[in-house]
Design a protein around this ligand. Structure first.
Ligand code: 6U4
Ligand code: NA
Ligand code: NA
Length: 159
């Protein structure tokens, strides 16, 4: 089977869940895009621990726990390793959003997301995050990392 590399992606919301913090990525994969907070899962941690760690490192927000929303699989035309991204939301975090070397944070209304500045797939699965329905999405992308050539998105009972 095709090898997968594990990543996390966390969407921190305010207590009322009206706004979500996104980060403008300043370097590396996704540079110039607004996205959630996350990164590679390290060998000595669980996926949830990785999610909480990356959220803190990239945003300054401290989450006691994160809630799983969905699973995304990305298959890039020129890369034999699939990206397996575990998506979480959390709300009412401690700490305060700070700009880091990697991310410039900004709050957005959850029902008015800046999809034009986000990854092309985000607009398809974001409604599932808001409704609380769990989802699995698979996206096949060209080497340019933005052109989706095929996609599948389904609601699932559990993850
Ligand atoms: P370094 O810089 O090596 O420490 P690291 O922070 O571990 O990297 P990074 O930032 O390259 O990893 O991880 C990629 C991030 O991009 C993960 O949070 C997942 C996220 N991501 C990947 N595809 C995405 C997509 N289509 N939509 C989205 N986020 C995506 O919103
Ligand atoms: Na990252
Ligand atoms: Na990292």
């Amino acid at each position: 089977a095709m090898p997968h590399r594990l990543y996390t992606l966390v969407f921190p919301m305010d207590k009322a869940r009206h706004r979500v913090l996104l980060g403008m990525k300043k370097r590396g994969f996704g540079c110039g895009k607004l996205n959630g907070f996350g990164g590679k899962v390290e060998p000595a941690e669980t996926i949830e621990q990785g999610a909480i760690r990356e959220l803190a490192e990239e945003s300054g927000l401290l989450a006691a726990a994160v809630d799983k929303c969905g699973l995304l699989l990305f298959y890039f035309e020129d890369n034999p390793v699939a990206m397996e991204v575990h998506v979480y939301q959390t709300h009412g975090c401690g700490g305060a959003a700070v700009e880091t070397e990697e991310m410039r944070p900004e709050w957005f209304a959850v029902d008015n997301m800046p999809f034009d500045q986000m990854w092309a797939d985000d607009r398809y699965w974001w409604p599932f995050v808001l409704s609380g329905d769990k989802f699995v999405g698979r996206f096949w992308l060209k080497a340019d990392q933005v052109t989706i050539t095929r996609s599948e998105l389904v609601r699932v009972d559990g993850l």
